[in-house]
Design a protein around this ligand. Structure first.
Ligand code: PLP
Length: 458
């Protein structure tokens, strides 16, 4: 077998992949995949991996969902491409917007389509900058997000993202302000109760607003549960504490539902799980069950009306993507929403799977968290994380360049399980179609990987 001509070598030779430590992967070898079935992906050697991250949190219906594939094929045969500019759009685009408003927490609203979650966040920010300027408040531009919040990689969405790695780009841009991550286990002070911690987060928000000037702040954008920050649910009472402050100062509240949206946390939207109605929702990923690149900004009635009026004043909102509202993407999204929330083709809704699996998922995480080198398990619905620590009592992380979480994830890959290292945590976010037996396989393989790696590093 000629190694230099292998799929792995060819992949490494000519493809730059995202968020990858290229020398490490070059040494370990790339995994080149040909397809999948159920929650499994298959590599060029015919080896199956249970993908416990649903691709990148998006393949919620697994890797060969027949109803969705048929909907895509039918849509390609009918109308393979169009835009949503100049007062033209496909019939499927019309239907999807109606559907999204119907399943949203909003009584009314309007939807703008993008190709990705990053672009949806950029679009939202441009909308706010545009309408505030049109309404005579051009200084109302700052965006509040949280440390560890992840909102994407374009210049604006990377500025919203609260991760130190963006400093290599000279980001964030000015005017993007990051609040403390509301992660009680990590950020709580010695002896501080969770309620006191939440109150401290709210007090910090008040201070930041006073320091920056409320009249300069356009929006607060938050994931209901932080995803790429390491699956971090908010501290108890967090949204109840911060929302009234934001409302009092007229700051728009935006729920970035790119991961939480369409069932992941057990309700259609993460904001429903946490009991609040935002001014707009950012959606992507599960929106098409990962079968088409698509994002959406779903504006509630107030922002929708304001954007409409501001656009009228200057004749247009000068923004849009070639593939905004793509008819195939919209047809797939219609089918995905039906499949997840309502049940399609005689099958029960996939969100039932989230409800069915969540107790066992939480029990599996809690059991593995008994390990002396797991500091905390956390999660909501079907997204969860285990945080590796060298010392459980002091929460001290393991030292070293190649993090323990990465070693655990590598050991999992070797065993045929894909899970994601995020910081010192290992993250699980399986497809909603997982069976109980597959969940046992997932936790069994993860447990063996934890034992192997901890035995090496402890
Ligand atoms: N927002 C959140 C909450 C995300 O998790 C992501 C991607 O993981 C994004 C935005 C960016 O989406 P995309 O990668 O489609 O640009």
């Amino acid at each position: 077998d000629d190694k230099s001509n292998s799929w792995e070598a060819r992949a490494a030779a000519h493809t730059l992949y995202g968020f990858t430590d290229l020398p490490t992967v070059a040494a370990r070898g790339t995994v080149v995949l040909t397809g999948g079935h159920g929650p499994y992906v298959t590599d060029v050697h015919g080896r199956d991996y249970l993908d416990a991250n649903s691709g990148l949190w998006n393949m919620v219906a697994g890797f060969d969902p027949p109803g969705l594939i048929a909907a895509a094929q039918e849509a390609y045969g009918r109308f393979p491409g169009y835009h949503a500019f100049f007062g033209r759009m496909s019939d499927r685009t019309v239907e999807l917007s109606e559907k999204l408003i119907a399943v949203s927490p909003f009584a009314d609203g309007r939807v703008f389509y993008t190709n990705s979650g990053s672009e949806a966040n950029d679009t939202l920010v441009k909308m706010l900058w545009f309408l505030n300027a049109q309404e005579g408040r051009p200084e109302r531009r700052k965006i509040l997000t949280r440390v560890n919040g992840y909102h994407g990689v374009t210049v604006v969405s990377a500025s919203m993202t609260g991760k130190p790695y963006n400093s290599v780009f000279g980001l964030p841009l000015p005017g993007f302000v990051h609040l403390t991550c509301p992660h009680y286990w990590r950020e709580g002070k010695e002896g501080e109760s969770e309620a006191a911690f939440t109150a401290r987060m709210a007090a910090e928000l008040e201070e930041v607003i006073a320091r920056e000037g409320a009249e300069t702040i356009a929006a607060f954008v938050a994931e209901p549960v932080m995803g790429a920050g390491g699956v971090i649910p908010p501290s108890e009472g967090y949204f109840e504490a911060v929302l009234p402050i934001l409302r009092k100062h007229g700051i728009a509240v935006i729920s970035d539902e790119v991961i939480c949206g369409l069932g992941r946390t057990g309700r259609a939207w993460g904001c429903e799980t946490y009991g609040f109605v935002p001014d707009a929702i950012i959606s992507s990923k599960a929106l098409t069950a990962g079968l088409f690149p698509m994002g959406a900004v779903i504006l509630g009635p107030e922002l929708a009306d304001r954007l409409h009026r501001a656009s009228e004043a200057v004749e247009e909102f000068p923004h849009g993507f070639t593939a905004s509202g793509h008819p195939v993407g919209c047809a797939i999204a219609l089918k995905a929403i039906e499949t997840i929330l309502e049940g399609a083709d005689g099958a029960p809704p996939l969100i039932d799977g989230v409800h069915r699996l969540t107790p066992g998922f939480e029990a599996g995480l809690a059991r593995l968290a008994e390990h002396p080198h797991i500091g905390e398990w956390r999660g909501k619905g079907l997204m969860g994380a285990l945080e590796a620590v060298q010392d459980k009592a002091t929460k001290t992380p393991f030292p070293g360049h190649l993090s323990v979480s990465e070693r655990i994830a590598n050991a999992c890959t070797d065993a045929g399980l894909i899970c994601r290292p995020l910081g010192q945590a290992v993250v699980l976010c399986p497809p909603f179609i997982l069976t109980e037996a597959q969940m046992d396989e997932m936790f069994g393989k993860l447990e063996r990987a934890l034992e192997t790696v901890f035995a090496e590093v402890a």
